[in-house]
Design a protein around this ligand. Sequence first.
Ligand code: 3H9
Length: 703
Amino acid sequence: MSEPVTFSIAGDVAVVMIDSPPVNAVNQGVRAGLKQVFTELRGKPGIKAIVLGCAGKTFVAGADIKEFDTGIAAPGYHEVLRLIEDSLVPVVAAVQGTALGAGTEIALACHYRVAHEAARFGLPELSLGIIPGAGGTQRLPRLVPLEVALDMALTGKPLPAGKAAEAGLADRVVGGEVMPAALAYARELVASGAGPRRTREQPVKGKEGAAELFAAQRAQVAKTMRNRQSPIALITALQAAVEQPFDEGLKVEGRLSSQLEQATESKALRHLFYAEREVRKIPGLAANIAPRPIARVGIVGAGTMGGGIAMCCANVGIPVTLVDATQQNLDRGMATIRKNYERSVSRGSLKPEQLEERIKLISPTLDYSALANADLIIEAVFENLALKKEIFAKLDAVAKPGAILGTNTSTLDIDEIAAVTRRAKDVIGLHFFSPANVMQLLEIVQAGKTAPDVVVTALDIAKRIKKTGVVAKVCYGFIGNRMMDPYGREAERCVLEGATPAQVDGALEQWGMAMGILAVYDMAGVDVGYLTRAERKHLLPDDPTFYRPTAVLYEHGWLGQKSGRGYYRYDGADRKRTEDPEVIALLQEEAKRLDVPQRKPGAQEIQERCLYAMINEGALLLEEGVALRASDIDVVYTAGYGFPRYRGGPMFYADTVGLKVIYDKIMEFQKTLDPRYWQPAPLLKKLALAGSSFAQWQAEQSR
Ligand code: 3H9
């Protein structure tokens, strides 16, 4: 293997290159290489400046995340970056692509920075539950105003080169190749006699007002990043930069970093980083299967879902043919798409000319035969099996050979839908989440006859439209909605047992869910769940309390946000949800009529019942092979269902609680609650009694 760090001499300038594919992440080898090279260059006569750059498309994209699992081996980041900063001749960083995490920190330890105009500087550490731990918390506020430093590290949003230059992070922004430009800049520095400019020797920028800024940010993260330690630690480290000398501040950063690396929050977030990349690898699928080319997409249904999917395609330049049954639907759909784009323009995230370009990529039509040149057709009409079958028969007649036919069903049997076509091998489930142009998740459902290259194409298109695609097999509700079923069942049952909707949702939100499930029902429309269950009434348990609160609301026409009331009222100017005494009284009366014992479950019980029921269902999905890996379930839930990322997803969370603890609780609920709902999944039972975990089980499966 070639050395990860090398240098060459160009006259009186040394050019140091990091080459650590695929993204130049820093591992022990890179640190050791930097140490060796900078030590050697220190004593080298005739060298008047050093340029530090990277091979490939990007500057260092961060610390090698894998190293956090084993501990950071010597030499450490602080030591190596200090050596760079201590260079006796000016060091110029040449930045292209993305300088992320330790990448930005290396650039900060250099004395000058030249950036390509498309380069970006970011500190995404909080997304991994850690803080910049290579001096970033101490050096960044010495180059950019404290407020900018806080914003960069708290939001993780990378700063584009132009903005970085304005803030003081980049000294020069260039349009062409960055290495020759950095070399030229280094020579200018030498010619002008400019020496090293050590970041650590600069004063912190924007110290005045720092106390108020920190207080405000602490209050803010307590609200918006609740239950998390890394944002608080980040503020503490930045505060140390303001209040203490550089070396003392560095010690604070070091101490906090090593604590955070060991904490569950960081383990959970690192788990998701790997899991989100693992989902693309499908066991049993040969690595050399090529995706089918997708140049044009057809969409059937111009409603909220179809329109959202059309936007996803147009956003990345894929032309779309949008079909609906009536001109009125098409007009309404196109108007909604335009309105959504206009909102982006008014927020400044889209240029007006881009809006027009994207709209132009979407061709609305009433004519199914216009779908004949589409390579992928996605049906996105409402959830009705007969209607979907009718549409698939039509698609079978018009689609060209080899075209992929996708259905956006969220619950229905895709094998049945595929059976009406003569090309079941080309049929696949593509379950988008509403609003499709915003939500990250795409459940890819491989039906019984779906061809392997169709699955590969679906994963490929997911990546192209910037979604996280997770493969599942056919069953009612696939991964996401199937696990939602017992979760929602318990939430509704808790309401019948005397907890108010706000108490149930409050308990779930306090635990970390983005939104309580009853508020979610109000947002999606209470009728949606009710009608889906009505269709499969014959399959539901013979239990008059099962999802009864939703049925009561439906019977009263209180369908949620769209009718101004559902589980809550939404009638202030801001339409904020408020508890509805009438609904509470009505549901209590219903509970009495159904003889439901009043136990008024508290927050902990609500959390355990909802989450453990969900986890138990997840274990069943693993046994049935519907989900390929426990970590896939975690990706589905964090990308599509508002499950807190810092808890790692339901299956990772289960491991952190301990499967035996969960199993014992389920056995207790079997005695105290309705036993038919509290049967431990055999896999959960087996792993719990063996002292094992879902992670261990997954590792054994892939062996
Ligand atoms: C940090 O720096 C801490 C410091 O403060 C020091 C503390 C002491 N490590 O995403 P992709 C792999 S924290 C290891 O598909 P893209 C990735 O697993 C770090 N591996 O490509 C994948 O492998 P595989 C801060 C990494 O083009 C392959 O590279 N940095 C790392 O869509 C391609 O990745 C971050 O958080 C890594 N750091 O996106 C940046 N990064 O092919 C995390 C990537 O085997 N990375 N890999 O599955 C990213 O955001 C994206 O990967 C990036 C490229 C934007 C760079």
